[in-house]
Write a protein that binds this ligand. Sequence first.
Ligand SMILES: Cc1cc2nc3c(=O)[nH]c(=O)nc-3n(C[C@H](O)[C@H](O)[C@H](O)COP(=O)(O)O)c2cc1C
Length: 185
Amino acid sequence: MAKLFIPVILGTGRRGRNSEPAAQFGHQLVEQAGANTEFVDVRDSARTTTLVDWMDNASDTDAWVETASRADGFIIVTPEYNNFFPCELKIFLDQTLKPYRRKPAGLAGVSSGNWGGTRVVEELRVLTSRLGMVPVQPPAYFPNIESLFDDDGKPTNTELVEHTQPMIDEVLWYAQALKSAREAQ
Ligand SMILES: Cc1cc2nc3c(=O)[nH]c(=O)nc-3n(C[C@H](O)[C@H](O)[C@H](O)COP(=O)(O)O)c2cc1C
């Protein structure tokens, strides 16, 4: 059976961002689960305006469109900014539409406080659903992000794998099931 391909998106381009180790951690867990993955940083294609036309599926030379087309599912790790996701994440995802359809999305929120981005996850559930993805339950949360990882990117909380793994496992389950269903059509 072909390996699943699940890119992990870091949803903020903010200078001095603390979310990066959380996204790297998710990326490692996907790898350890035996899937192919890629770390996708919205900063690499940061744009201040939306470029595509309405319902455009973007040029097939765009790196993200190509990656999203090959993906069997997505994991999105994003901080909460005023209870919402960073605009660069929305502009990034709006580059295309069709490659998202009928593929699972694992949602992960990050915050400096105790809640780990619970509100941004609910907003992201609405957005990913509108994009045609299937947002899975449960999400993952990365609270107190400033002290959640050490300088080497290792979790300081021994329960972090246990808290994050269910989201990864669910994405992989849906990725396999929906891939089989798409291929059977
Ligand atoms: C513009 C802005 C708005 C923020 N709004 C929230 C918020 O609504 N809720 C929250 O828990 N944290 C909020 N934070 C703090 C983030 O949780 C904090 O920056 C954390 O380190 C994660 O984001 P980062 O990757 O940008 O560092 C905000 C931070 C910024 C820069």
